[in-house]
Design a protein around this ligand. Sequence first.
Ligand code: MG
Length: 433
Amino acid sequence: MALFGSSGIRGKLEEVTTELMMKIGRAVGQRYGRVVIGHDTRTSSQMLTFAFASGLLSAGSEATSVGLVSTPTLAYAARRFECGAMITASHNPPEYNGIKLWNPDGLAFQSDQRDEFEQLIQSENLKRAKWRELSTLLYQENAIREHIESILSKVGKSRLKVIVDCGNGATSSITPMVLEKMGCKVVGLNCNPDGYFTARGSEPTQNSLSLLRSAVRTLRANLGIAHDGDGDRMVAVDEKGNYVGGDRLLPLFATREVKNSLVVPVNASMVLDDILEGRKIWRSRVGDVYVGEDVKKREADFGGEPSGTWIFPRNGLFPDGVYAAARLVEIVSQKPLSLLLETIPSYPIFRGSLPIKGERGAVLEALRERIFELERVEVNTTDGWRLDFGDGWALIRASGTEPKLRITAEARKVSRAKEIYQSMNSIARKVIE
Ligand code: MG
């Protein structure tokens, strides 16, 4: 497998083995002397943590475990170390696991760092420390408390009744506590850490949150909050029990956070262009790593993805679902979520994919030629091709994990969105066949 994706190394346990994790530990230990490690609730997470720590120690590095924590908690803890390592497969099914590496400034490992480690891991010459140079595995218990205190210092009080669905994940030990300390009446749902993700799928989608939606209605709560397995994502349910996904929360947060500029990936809605007139919108590659990198580079006020990852620079350059939950509670304390969303337009969006049958490089080159022949369209090549037609746009991207072309189209009117989608689809189809 290609080892490092933009979200680190991730795969089923047959691929992400203890042997591989120990090698990664040795490679990280080759570069960094003080490393902090956290892990999520998966059944394999503790085993892989020890394998990784073992590799680190064998290189003569200091390894500190903060135990079971959310990914943002680990990313925040990394500020006191040379490197942070989170053993997690984010929202993937329970049989998966992986590792994501963090810099002390809160940014996940960038592409040049990932390339360097990809090579180091294959290397046969990793150092082995002598017996006199070895450290012990240290344990630190204050990572969650420090993360909570940092969040509480940045948000106000609230008296909302909130139902928090942690999906058996790593946020179980933090988000309910943060909201309670803000003054909320909190009801926890699926807040028992469980590596089988028994309660629901680890990805917080409209379907996987049916219990949360009905609980908000039945218990007459003001808001529902849901995380993915490791807590870098947050989505919501309004007081009526409606699912409010990342594509709806993104413009809501943007109107509150953005004074000068915003970073979103190329697949984010054009609603943002319409409601943030006069403010700069930077479009990055798809993936929270790229959004974070651009937030830093552009000194943007905020970065977010329709998938539900939120980067508030005043809190850190890492996506933090826990802070996002606290900030949303603060916003909803002024006005019910359904009313806040009434003022934000929602445009029709069509998504689909086509299988790539021929040789990938040749197909993409033919497609590129065809796209640049089109008239009266602005093409952004940050990630795939984003075609701007003025009254709508389309994105054609090759999937990073499957032999597929993904097509997205959005416009202010349904008929126009459909028309754009169909024309992109037929262009792509001709090239593929
Ligand atoms: Mg995640």
